[in-house]
Each structure stands twice: as structure tokens, then as C-alpha cells.
Design a protein. Sequence first.
Length: 77
Amino acid sequence: MPLYDYTCDKCGRLFELLIMSGSVPLCPHCGSDRLQQLIGAPVAPGKSAGIMAAGRARAAKAGHTTNYRRSNGKVVD
């Protein structure tokens, strides 16, 4: 199920929706089906690992911990 960005022609709001195949998207704010799908910017290859590492570093600095160890790829109990 892909995630799409939309703008509503009726109320003018911008939002994201997770759309199942064959379903008709509706505005979560006003219920209108008059939507325009927006073109999303793709993430450049190789950038996601850096973004994830920066996010983990910020979380660790804030005191959040994780039980996932990259070295063995397993969740530690």
C-alpha cells in the first residue's frame, strides 16, 4: 500500500494517505473526493542510511534506547 500526498480541491488542505488498491481516497478533513494527487520527491539512493544514523544519534542523545543490535541483526531480549 503506497503512501500518497494529496491536496483537497474543496477545503484546500494538504495531507498524506495510505491507499489500498482500488479504493477511492477521501479528504480526512471534509470528506470530499475531489482530490489532486501530488508528485512526491524521491529519496536519493544512499541517503537513507545517513538519515537513519542521524535519527538514532538524536534519540540516543535524548536518552532513548533500542534493543536492536546492528552487529548481529537481532533484537536483544
